[in-house]
Design a protein around this ligand. Structure first.
Ligand SMILES: Nc1ncnc2c1ncn2[C@@H]1O[C@H](COP(=O)(O)OP(=O)(O)O)[C@@H](O)[C@H]1O
Ligand SMILES: Cc1ncc(COP(=O)(O)O)c(N)n1
Length: 309
């Protein structure tokens, strides 16, 4: 992959997240993904985890001042076309990150409100949730909660299609421009009766996107695998890379969703680790998708197919 040049400059993206020593999630997933998208990746590390596919063995949080120093180092000199946040660990780091974002020019911000690792280890302190909700959500161009994260941000459990939609609207009201409610944790059975009025027999993974008052649904086949370590990180890094390259939000999400589908599929038979294995960051970047707001799209191979409403 070559570096992408847009309007004469090298496209850059920044991740503000935790390090995953196992290489499947966090900073490592983000930088691998950005590289695969032809984007020059940079990192601000918030915490270092001792982690592998079996779980998180330890967490070392960095001082908020040092997080701020990294942001100044990167953004005073290099600058970025888009940034994403991942694991932010605690309240002081959230304040430092938001202060840094207010100080520097960051054209697009993707917030992946990381809370708990796939193995169950907490990646943010409970006291930090209010700061996340009050200071970071309103700054998000795109926010990408999974179902448990959306439940925590909204303050109640989410189990039905209707509740997923109300949660997206609540986060939009709180200031997030585009809300992506990710489908990895939805029950596959909910996919049999859908908001767009057509039944799906095979299990699918649906991401609900709420943007400018329209709902757009992105569906792929649900892959039967437990190797989903870092799916959320990889997906949000792909969206960030596409925004940095100048794509519209919906086209960015469409490409990112097709990429994460192929990344999960591609690593199904990998033998990396004994637990929740990583995704295939070498997956193809399927550019060329163009979607209209307000429809339901199925990625059945490529490109996207619009389902009748
Ligand atoms: N088994 C699966 N098959 C297909 N897509 C999946 C599967 N699991 C997750 N995804 C997709 O991966 C992306 C990340 O979702 P999710 O796993 O919910 O995030 P997180 O890692 O934050 O929990 C979403 O686009 C989701 O639809
Ligand atoms: C440093 C870090 N950041 C994020 C995740 C979440 O990824 P996942 O939910 O797939 O375990 C993680 N496990 N580690």
């Amino acid at each position: 992959m070559e570096a992408v040049i847009v309007n004469g400059h090298t496209v850059r993206a920044l991740t503000i997240a935790g390090s995953d020593s196992g290489g499947g999630a966090g900073i490592q997933a983000d930088l691998k993904t950005m590289h695969q998208f032809g984007v020059y990746g940079m990192s601000v590390v918030t915490a270092v985890t001792a982690q592998n596919t079996l779980g998180v063995q330890g967490v070392h949080e960095l001082d908020a001042e040092f997080v701020q120093m990294q942001m100044d180092s990167v953004l005073d000199d290099i600058g970025t076309d888009a940034a994403k946040t991942g694991m932010l660990a605690n309240e002081s780091i959230i304040h430092a990150v938001v202060d840094g974002l207010e100080k520097h020019a960051v054209p697009y911000l993707v917030v992946d409100p990381v809370m708990v690792a796939k193995g169950g280890a907490p990646l943010i302190s409970p006291e930090a949730i209010d700061a996340l909700r009050e200071r970071l959500v309103p700054r998000a161009d795109v926010i990408t909660p999974n179902i448990p994260e959306a439940s925590v941000l909204c303050g109640h459990p989410l189990e039905t299609w209707d509740e997923y939609h109300r949660a997206a609207e609540q986060l939009a009201k709180a200031g997030a421009q585009t809300v992506v409610i990710k489908g990895g944790h939805m029950s596959p059975f909910q996919s049999t009766s859908t908001p767009w009025g057509r039944n799906i027999i095979d299990p699918v993974s649906v991401d609900i996107v709420f943007c400018n008052g329209d709902y757009t649904y992105f569906l792929t086949k649900r892959i039967d695998t437990r190797k989903t370590h870092g799916t959320g990180c990889t997906y949000s890094a792909a969206i960030t890379s596409m925004l940095a390259r100048g794509y519209s939000v919906l086209d960015a999400i469409a490409v990112a969703k097709a990429f994460i589908f192929q990344a999960i599929e591609g690593a199904k038979d990998w033998d990396v680790g004994q637990g929740h294995g990583p995704t295939d960051h070498f997956a193809n970047v399927p550019l060329g998708s163009s979607v209209e707001p307000g429809g339901a799209y199925l990625c059945d191979g490529l490109p996207w197919v619009r389902l009748d409403q």
